[in-house]
Design a protein around this ligand. Sequence first.
Ligand code: PLP
Length: 404
Amino acid sequence: MYDVNKVREDFPILAREIYGKPLVYLDNGATTQKPRQVVEAMVDEYYNVNANVHRGVHFLSQQATDLHEASRETVRRFINARSTSEIVFTRGTTESINLLAFTLGEAMVSEGDEVVVSAMEHHSNIVPWQMMCERKGARLRVIPMTDKGELQLDALESLLTERTRILCCTHVSNVLGTVNPVKDIVRTAHDRGIPVLIDGAQSVPHMPINVQELDCDFFAFSGHKVYGPTGVGVLYGKEEWLEKLPPYQGGGEMIKNVSFEKTTYNELPYKFEAGTPDYVATHALATALDYVTRLGMDNIEAYERELTRYAIEQMQQVDGMHIFGEPQERDAVISFQVGDIHHLDMGTLLDRLGIAVRTGHHCAEPLMRRLGIEGTARASFALYNTKQEIDVLVEGIERIRKMF
Ligand code: PLP
């Protein structure tokens, strides 16, 4: 049994009041709150273990290194990668994608080549590719989307050509909540020998992830969206692909030998990890992954799907409610608009009631343009949200609607 009240006790911030109202935190797509266990792991490491990793023979350095490398193993297990060589620590999804776009661009993109992204990508899975295309004289092509907010996969056939160097697609849309059929997308791309990057920023917190089963070549996610700290994330890459790519940044850690004439590079995954890593954050990320694993990703997924189903049902009772997208499979994200109430007004007034939602373009301007809007209000759920909180949200929306 999933005991949400017990789970909530692990998150001290949920007891806060905002403008004298109990906090209802529904901005989890932007970042999640942290359980006590994660914060305590960071405090404990700074108080008792702190030393730079990989370089020292002394006790603390070895202990910090052990924690850091054990965290890599925790990540490996969590997404079921074959080997820890395939787990590169980064600062987050954005850095993971920039790393890949830069190195893949250097290794295998030339003038006239193409990169395929989807119509529902976050800017961080568009702009790094666009920058690389500009540098290399390559072209960005886009998988279109239906009015229901699903990718038009029949268009894939004609988009994937012998010039396509990579296909990049989000697992879950941070605006519409659409869960994309990434396994099918990967299969279609692989039939043509094209590698695939999955942006897992919005899927990792909500469902079990098995990169071997998805068979994607690369997978990126952020620690802070899955109850871990900010400033740490992961790029998973199949070993055979990572071996083909050059380093991203130069510096300590990523080298084997350095001379003024020539430098040789370290083995995977260190080749991509120049400089001192945020080893406290990697340990805290592993603590967060252990935390959700203990609760059970299947349980979390089932709980949140029911919460989302309930939220849609209740929100649809409000006059003038428009929920964006009608995907067959939707994760814990709902973008909405009520009548002609501006999303900024909606967000600001909900805030006065203690309810935190996100407003704006959600870093997906091309998707906003496709929907013919400037922005939305967005409620996104996490493992600690409750149906009572959704009732508070719906009452709040109703109150604001009447004000207008
Ligand atoms: N991709 C998606 C789908 C996202 O929702 C986000 C953040 O909202 C990102 C990428 C970027 O994540 P980060 O800012 O943690 O790098």
